[in-house]
Design a protein around this ligand. Sequence first.
Ligand SMILES: C[S@@+](CC[C@H](N)C(=O)[O-])C[C@H]1O[C@@H](n2cnc3c(N)ncnc32)[C@H](O)[C@@H]1O
Length: 352
Amino acid sequence: MKGVVGISLSGKFKCSLSLLKNLKTIRVAVMGRKVNALALCIGLDKIGVLDFLEEPRTLSEVSSFIGNVKREDVLRELLEVLVDESVLVKQNAHYKVNRAEVERLHEMRRSGNMMFRDSEPLLSGFEKVLYEIMVDVLRGAGFDFVAPEVATLFYIQTASEAYGLGRRLLLELGGGKASLKGRKILDLGCGFGVEPITILNYLEFDCHLVCADFFPNVVDECMHAEVKVNGESKRLKDLENVEFVKLDPSMRKPFPIPDEYVDAVFSFQVLHWSSHPQEIICEAARTMKSKGTFMTATPMKKREKSTTTDVIVKLLGGNKTYSEEELKGFFEEAGLKKYSFFLSNFAIAVKN
Ligand SMILES: C[S@@+](CC[C@H](N)C(=O)[O-])C[C@H]1O[C@@H](n2cnc3c(N)ncnc32)[C@H](O)[C@@H]1O
């Protein structure tokens, strides 16, 4: 079928069956939205807004209650996405809290639902410090991935079971060991080091890995991450089959990687952070050989409308999430004409 990458459905399910058992076939992005709705509720609760919304209030009343709000657009978006998740009810331009739905989200957290359990760093982060970031952003401040509060959150979050599971599923969808062993792989947005170690272990060290990230200190941390090789602890930077590249987050400079240098690109939970997803995908495609596979995971939404995930991404210094249609457009533009989507979070696209 035109535009669909050649993973047969049975093959797709076979390779991911054990992983799917863990995911219980839930739509990852939908659960992600629920987790993020709870995070926003916790943040609003911390600053007294949920109690304030026991009575119906307008946007400007909420804005005055918080005080010094410069980004009323973000506050409106925040309230609207919570209406979409039934956490707030909107009537005649007045917002009111729906306590039953807030309690349902807390109950999902207490019940140990995997997505909630693995998002504890985010949820407890909102309880302890991230609610302050939320207020600062509403008052006009900007944060990015390497702001201490954000970096600390993701240092912990990216080591979670859900991230590990997601990365292995993406590797399986990208052809698994059979296709990826012995190959040169660009780990695009490699993060602090857990991810390259996961790839190395999955491929039994039989690959060449190019670890690339957009922030020098993230690359630095990754270089110093320790991995066990035949029982011996080694730093990633000391492995012969691993190299490191620093990328320009503004995407004004191309990746410092030659054309057709790698067989595959692996990019997990990165695209929604950048304001330049098209440029990033084009550069990834340029660095891949013909028939190279681009593996990516990023929360995908049904429509282009904002979601709780978009608001969380924005508060933490990222950009936005995309619909499958938008991602298809990016792939086509980059010359990746065959693609496939999975569980509203994963995509595989192949270069001609
Ligand atoms: C949640 S981490 C994922 C890291 C890694 N793939 C993992 O799973 O451990 C988000 C990634 O997006 C990158 N990132 C954050 N802000 C960015 C921006 N403005 N432009 C490009 N990349 C960004 C970070 O450097 C990091 O690699």
